[in-house]
Write a protein that binds this ligand. Structure first.
Ligand SMILES: CC(C)(COP(=O)(O)OP(=O)(O)OC[C@H]1O[C@@H](n2cnc3c(N)ncnc32)[C@H](O)[C@@H]1OP(=O)(O)O)[C@@H](O)C(=O)NCCC(=O)NCCS
Length: 201
């Protein structure tokens, strides 16, 4: 088994604390359950794995817990509910053109989804559009950075030349996160309040 860099170790001992991008250290999980264990700096545990068709109910429950601001930031418009058909579509991905990683909290019953990151490949431009979401109570502990790094790695693995996404200009957390990861932001002409964020791979 690959030696796991302990997610906690960085924040327990280091002064000042490391940047979020240095905190990624999921460890391969043993036993029959699939996914990788992620230990957060504050002692919580999540499982990082690919999204599955069976995640529909968890995705819908996660959506219900989101503040309206986060719904708008993620989907770029207000939505009062996530229809089952859309949740099914989000969970049953086409692996040729999509990848989606989820952070699952198995310490509760039913297990809950705390974060999700996905990319859609645009074959014509050899690039992929990303989206990412971390449930608010789980933010500021490096999970957004972890998911984004996974997406970047996945795009590189697929030989894509760029990863990009749309971010509302008021969405400072996401703009800061992207800046930390080396993304460049460009205003969208004709779409006031929205930036396109890109990273050449
Ligand atoms: C944006 C979002 C994904 C960030 O997730 P997160 O788990 O809090 O991010 P991290 O803890 O990995 O933070 C990484 C870096 O982002 C920046 N950041 C994150 N939240 C921030 C905030 N509230 N204010 C300022 N900077 C912030 C910081 O630079 C941080 O690094 P640091 O902790 O070393 O200072 C999360 O807030 C979210 O899901 N928002 C709603 C959905 C959304 O906006 N999606 C993006 C559009 S697709």
């Amino acid at each position: 088994m690959t030696p796991a860099r302990d997610f906690d170790a960085y924040t327990r001992h280091a002064q000042p604390p490391p940047r979020s991008r240095e905190r990624f250290a999921p460890s391969p999980r043993s036993g029959s359950r699939h996914g990788e264990v992620v230990h957060t700096a504050d002692g919580r545990e999540l499982i990082l794995r690919d999204i599955e068709p069976g995640d529909v109910a968890a995705v819908q429950r996660c959506f219900k817990r989101l503040p309206l601001q986060d719904v708008r930031r993620r989907f770029m418009h207000a939505m009062s509910e996530l229809p089952t058909s859309m949740a099914q579509r989000l969970c049953r991905i086409d692996p040729e053109l999509e990848a989606a990683f989820v952070l699952i909290d198995e310490t509760v019953k039913p297990t809950e989804l705390r974060g999700v990151g996905r990319v859609f490949v645009d074959v014509a431009s050899n690039s992929a559009e990303f989206s990412v979401l971390v449930e608010r109570e789980w933010t500021r502990i490096g999970l957004g950075a972890l998911l984004m790094q996974r997406l970047v790695d996945e795009c590189r693995r697929r030989g894509l030349s760029e990863i990009w996404g749309y971010v509302l200009m008021e969405n400072r957390p996401m703009l800061e996160l992207c800046k930390e990861l080396g993304f460049i932001a460009k205003m969208m002409p004709g779409e006031a309040g929205t930036a396109q964020i890109r990273l050449k791979l």
